[in-house]
Design a binder for this molecule. Structure first.
Ligand SMILES: [Zn+2]
Ligand SMILES: [Zn+2]
Length: 253
């Protein structure tokens, strides 16, 4: 039995089940990723967005993008009746497989659709979620579209804040930990050894993913809280965010 094109892009697809074209894209990923991106865009535009997205929607590869798998740049041209355009950028370093491009692109296209078709930027709000749901109903063979891209980036070095767990990836030992402190909580950064981490040695934090999710949460919500609670000191804001985060995860999990 042959898998569909989209399903065949998953890295665990056995060769004898894979769609031949998909297999070609997966095996020659580096050489063919631009073509794969175009093909995926066509499929998604046709099956999920009823071809309402412009055929020439700009999708670029960004070599310097390390913190996320992809993002949208929203533009509004006031001279032309507030006409809206969007550009998607995919991280060369994070989207390093056919599967990741497949899953990241649809996430970003849902953002693009909200901007172009509804004229809004609602983050991962109701509009985005409706499109994400539609995509998942149409293509049950791809993973549920998550609000964050939770891929680990294959950088050689990771610096992690000893207080809040926020981490930064670097390709060299370039962070001066005596000078650079955490932007969220002013904690000290410590260098983790990624190679040891992947082998699961003693230096592996017990829950390596939770701190990063919390850091993302802080990043997204810090300014809103600060805006509302003008008298709160930094430490109190962090406490409040910690509480909110714990509360939120109780509900959603
Ligand atoms: Zn998003
Ligand atoms: Zn911190």
């Amino acid at each position: 039995e042959k898998y569909s094109f989209l399903k065949s892009l998953s890295s665990d697809t056995p060769d004898n089940h894979a769609d031949r074209e998909a297999l070609r894209f997966s095996k020659n990923f580096k050489k063919m990723k631009e073509d794969l991106t175009k093909k995926l865009f066509k499929i998604y535009n046709d099956t999920v967005f009823d071809n309402q997205l412009p055929e020439d929607l700009q999708i670029l590869w960004n070599k310097r993008l390390l913190k996320t798998a992809g993002y949208c740049v929203y533009r509004k041209n006031v001279k032309v009746h507030d006409s809206k355009t969007v550009r998607i950028e995919l991280s060369t370093k994070v989207c390093d497989s056919a599967e990741r491009v497949r899953d990241t692109l649809i996430h970003e296209l849902c953002h693009a659709a909200v901007w172009l078709l509804h004229g809004k930027n609602d983050g991962h709000g109701p509009y985005w979620r409706i499109w994400a749901k539609k995509a998942n109903l149409t293509h049950p063979e791809i993973p549920v579209i998550a609000r964050c891209h939770s891929y680990s980036i294959s950088t050689k070095y990771t610096y992690q804040c000893s207080k809040c767990g926020y981490s930064i990836g670097r390709h060299s030992k370039s962070l001066d930990t005596s000078r650079k402190v955490c932007g969220f909580c002013h904690g000290e950064f410590v260098l983790l050894n990624n190679q040891k981490m992947s082998r699961g040695s003693a230096s592996t934090p017990a829950t390596p993913r939770t701190p990063n999710k919390f850091a993302m949460y802080v990043k997204e919500n810090y300014s809103t809280v600060k805006e509302k609670e003008k008298d709160l000191k930094h430490g109190d804001i962090m406490k409040l965010l910690g509480k909110q985060f714990a509360e939120k995860n109780k509900i959603s999990s």
